[in-house]
Write a protein that binds this ligand. Structure first.
Ligand SMILES: *Cc1c(COP(=O)(O)O)cnc(C)c1O
Length: 351
């Protein structure tokens, strides 16, 4: 068996690279597609979880970042910049470290999960906090990268989308066919755009015979696409999708239309319920934003126009360890330490 060498080498013919492109990879991709007995039972579909939390930095952002950093290095860039709700910066920091280039990130003060911030700083990214939200940060880095010699690696960078479309390729490879529907959380809308592009390319290459329905879910407090207008002060515990003016809005709308898809929103309470269902019934730990896909499936499964037994893939975009504060807030408190006697311990156990 060949050793997995990351999404660029694996899907080279679909990627914008040549033989001389210096591939910067951490062997991202090849993440598990896990069958969910519980969600299948509840919905009547065959539900699979694409566990993107198992990428090298713990989110799907690595698929796009390997491509974006590879192309930045190929073009001679010495530094890169992004705006981030956390995972883009974690990924950028790791791939930049590997490439030996400098990285800078603008983050909204107070709204980046602890694990993500730790990743950005430990890999040596320069973190710049701003008094403003993600949308403001993105506006700033677009402006800066247009005026100064620094490469922008947000998903407005088309190479990010090229890399991220590999998620669709993998799902088709793992199922041996296209799913009937792909369910995905939507923030800046780069990922839904990328998956749709990937499915279409596989269809054109005759790797699959039909295209899936694209189904997106946003958080109620930051659901611009669902509501049909920008949201000025987006708010949700799912910080990775706390975005009021998605950069790929237009492409997301296209994907939804072309695939006869569906988009709606879920509340923070519903997101946390799905998060708990996944951890407790499936043994799968994802971050809150990822659970929005499952929350939407649980809430709207009979509105999706899908037959019983349809193959449905939920993309779990990031790992649960990214946001330990939410995990702890959802768990019961641990009792004070006790004397280690047999009686004391036995008393705690429900045999
Ligand atoms: C970035 C991110 C999203 C949103 O993806 P978009 O491409 O911005 O729509 C969802 N979940 C997690 C964990 C993310 O890091």
């Amino acid at each position: 068996m060949k050793h997995w060498q990351g999404i660029i080498n694996e899907y080279r013919q679909y990627m914008p690279v040549s033989d001389s492109t210096p591939v910067i990879s951490l062997c991202e991709g090849n993440t598990p597609l896990i069958y969910s007995c519980n969600l299948s039972e509840i919905t009547g579909f065959k539900v699979y979880l694409k566990y993107e939390g198992l990428n090298p930095t713990g989110s799907f952002k690595d698929r796009g970042m390997t491509m974006a950093i590879t192309k930045a290095v190929e073009s001679g860039a010495k530094s890169v910049i992004c705006a981030s709700t956390g995972n883009t910066s974690a990924s950028m920091a790791a791939y930049s470290a590997r490439a030996g280039i400098k990285s800078y990130v603008l983050i909204p003060d107070g709204y980046v999960a602890l694990g993500k911030l730790a990743q950005a700083t430990i890999h040596g990214a320069q973190v710049i906090k701003i008094k403003g939200n993600f949308d403001k940060a993105l506006e700033m880095v677009i402006d800066i990268s247009s005026k100064y010699p620094i490469a922008l690696v947000n998903s407005v960078n088309p190479f990010r989308i090229e890399g991220q479309k590999s998620g669709a390729f993998e799902v088709c490879g793992q199922l041996g066919q296209s799913p009937d529907a792909l369910v995905i959380p939507v923030g800046n809308a780069g990922n839904i755009t990328a998956y749709w592009k990937g499915f279409k390319e596989f269809k054109n290459a005759d790797k699959i015979s039909y295209l899936p329905k694209m189904i997106g879910f946003q958080a109620e407090g930051s659901a611009p696409i669902v509501r049909g207008h920008k949201v000025d002060n987006p708010d949700t515990i799912a910080t990775a999708i706390r975005i009021g003016n998605p950069a790929s809005w237009k492409f997301a709308t296209q994907a939804l239309q072309e695939s006869n898809g569906y988009i709606n929103m879920v509340s923070d309470e519903e997101i946390l319920k799905a998060y708990n269902v996944l951890t407790k019934k499936d043994g799968v730990f994802c971050e809150p934003a990822s659970a929005a896909s499952v929350a939407g499936l649980l809430k709207y499964h009979d509105k999706l126009n899908l037959k019983k037994g349809s193959v449905v893939v939920c993309v779990l975009t990031g790992h649960g360890l990214k946001d330990p504060n939410i995990a702890i807030s959802q768990s019961s408190e641990i009792d004070e330490a006790i004397e280690p006697t047999l009686d004391n311990i036995v008393e705690k156990i429900n045999f």
